[in-house]
Design a protein around this ligand. Sequence first.
Ligand SMILES: Nc1ncnc2c1ncn2[C@@H]1O[C@H](COP(=O)(O)OP(=O)(O)OP(=O)(O)O)[C@@H](O)[C@H]1O
Ligand SMILES: [Mg+2]
Length: 251
Amino acid sequence: MLRVENLSKEFRNSRGRQRNVVKAVSNLSFQCQPGEIYGLLGPNGAGKTTTLRCLSTLIKPTSGNVWIDQYNVLEHGQIFRSKIGFLTSDMKLDGYFTPDYMMNWFGQLNKMEDCRIEQQKEKLFNDLQMTDFIHKKIDQLSTGMKQKTAVAISLIHDPEVIIFDEPTSGLDVITSKAVTDFLVSRADSGKIVIISTHNMTIAEKLCHRFGILVDGELKEEGTLSDIIEGSSWDNLEDVFFSYILPGGNHV
Ligand SMILES: Nc1ncnc2c1ncn2[C@@H]1O[C@H](COP(=O)(O)OP(=O)(O)OP(=O)(O)O)[C@@H](O)[C@H]1O
Ligand SMILES: [Mg+2]
């Protein structure tokens, strides 16, 4: 199980004598079980990426903690990292190399044995329908092909927890479906999947539970029916808008 406990993150910027504190995430708590897909929703600047970066050990929380079973992000960083696969739009792939080469490289970085790397490559390349382009240079790949490559690389070590920040952003419907079907298959095999997305249709179809984050605070949490029951709306998008639009009944 993954447990986020009272997570807060502040960024302190100083320009000259001026000090500016941005409260990106405030006192956030939620849990995810194996087999579950959790969707973090929120407008631009809500704190989704910051939360996912804290969960992925890339940045340290200002306070609070994150647990995977008995391991926490503050005390067991290395073990914690080995249990997580993180995909972010910031991931830059070197255009000179091929997906196949990159997978070998990241597999070795994760100290995996060669035969295990080969097994994982075969599985991920097949599941993500990548076999046609694994020996092409990344520079020559389309956006969707690059995204599939980034997905495969982030999961080479077969992590228990899959954390994807906007995994379908910029993808056509076919590639987007390939990625979301892939996430469903991973959850069905017992992984914990956490995604952020702006796409309510994908969120509704894909996620078992949701958190709606606004200004770094969790405003709503639960299954689709939990969220709709407590509101005067009958779909996720309208509940979402009620939190973020001026005049919405939650604002
Ligand atoms: N490194 C940083 N230094 C200072 N402020 C930051 C930093 N990273 C994020 N922030 C601020 O934290 C807040 C939350 O940003 P974050 O990127 O987590 O939002 P988001 O929900 O992922 O938004 P989007 O939907 O646009 O990706 C914003 O006000 C942002 O400006
Ligand atoms: Mg973001």
